[in-house]
Design a protein around this ligand. Sequence first.
Ligand code: 4AD
Ligand code: MG
Length: 464
Amino acid sequence: MSLRINNLLNMDPGDSDKLLHVEGWVRTKRDSKNFCFFEINDGSSLKNLQVILDKTNEEIIVIIDKISTGASVEFIGELVESPGKNQKVELKAENVILWGESPAESYPLQKKRHSFEFLREIAHLRPRTNTIGAVTRVRSALSFAIHSFFQSNDFLYIHTPIISASDCEGAGEMFQVTTLPLDKVPKGKDGLIDYNQDFFGKQANLTVSGQLEAEIYAMAMKNVYTFGPTFRAENSNTSRHLAEFWMIEPEMAFCTLDGDMAVAEDFLKYIFSYVMEHCQEDMEFFNKWIEKGLTDSLRSIIDSPFSHMTYTEAVKELQKDSSQFEFPVTWGADLQSEHEKFLTEKVFNGPVIVTDYPKEIKAFYMKMNDDGKTVRAMDVLVPRLGEIIGGSERENRHDVLLNRIKEWGLNKEDYWWYLDLRKYGSVPHAGFGLGFERVIQYVTGMQNIRDVIPFPRTVKNAEF
Ligand code: 4AD
Ligand code: MG
């Protein structure tokens, strides 16, 4: 493997006596009479490598003329001490290979700052910008940290299916998967679509959550997690909703809501600490250019315990001055984003875990409380964003679960295996789902969820 720029920048001039080959894309070029300066980047760090190439012969001059921003190049030279104050070393090149030109008149990335809206239109080139490059590195580091947290705590990684015949959240917001011809869908005598003729012999969808299948494995392996793409056909055009997003879902047997909340808190603190330690340069960049105070607020979250309150207490708190909200605050209604922001930013100034929501606004699988009105749900809310985690203790009593399935108008035959788990060796168990893009937004301060996933899928948009 060839040397990456992040490694080179940390080397000392004498570290290598061989000629180095450095590959990357040109960010800037400054030409003068006897030599040419370049800044090149290969995605390994925010910082570019400065390269000085002497115009020693006609051949090099011809190549230099053809190099402009965006071109892919390979420089061959030695690492020397840099006279500049921004970097310790630079490359004194004696030769260059121009792999791919990048015509200046049409290359869309100029040296100026582009809007994120514009960059979304050129998602094939936007990873070459400082911000999207930094997001990409943080996203990768966070993925690693997530696996590392669970693996080091003896959770098994389970691959739950992407195509599913059940609706985990029971919200009906699913993308259907079918091979039936859309122009002449086969119908039965009753006039309904004949799914016997469909690929799976029944109606199937892209999964909205891997939870139900994770529960199956938790009932044998005790502690498991799934981390994969999930899909929601909800018509929400907001800065925090995607139609395709990644979710981390741990599921733990012999565990109640208290254990669930403790894991969620430890987990978030672990991954926040991990990026603070391993992505320092990128985090400083976000702190400076994207969200002032970001790193301080993450540090304070790592150092202090999360706050807790019940939904009922939250409603009371919000009702103290409900005139400031657009949406009314009544017991039984779901908390809106403005309410979540108020609680985290004004009341607690930090994350808060809200528990025991009314059963009507939460999924069918959540454990019923003795009051018959609320369920053992928990949402982790954070400043700026609102909900990043949704979880619960699961209903592990067969009869109660069956009633809930009926109440929801779900087909009990579709959930036979889920009910079976409550017949054979049922045990209190709990889990949660962390929206991966939401947590990246939170950690980087990026305002729009479309800018923390490489290729966002949203209403009316599946380009690239
Ligand atoms: O609260 P949700 O819907 O919970 C579940 O799906 C459970 N089955 C999880 C579990 O208990 N295993 O979604 C969990 C999280 C939310 O808190 C949010 O962070 C994220 O997933 N999320 C979305 N992120 C981006 N775009 C969307 N449309 C999202 N919907 C949910
Ligand atoms: Mg939720």
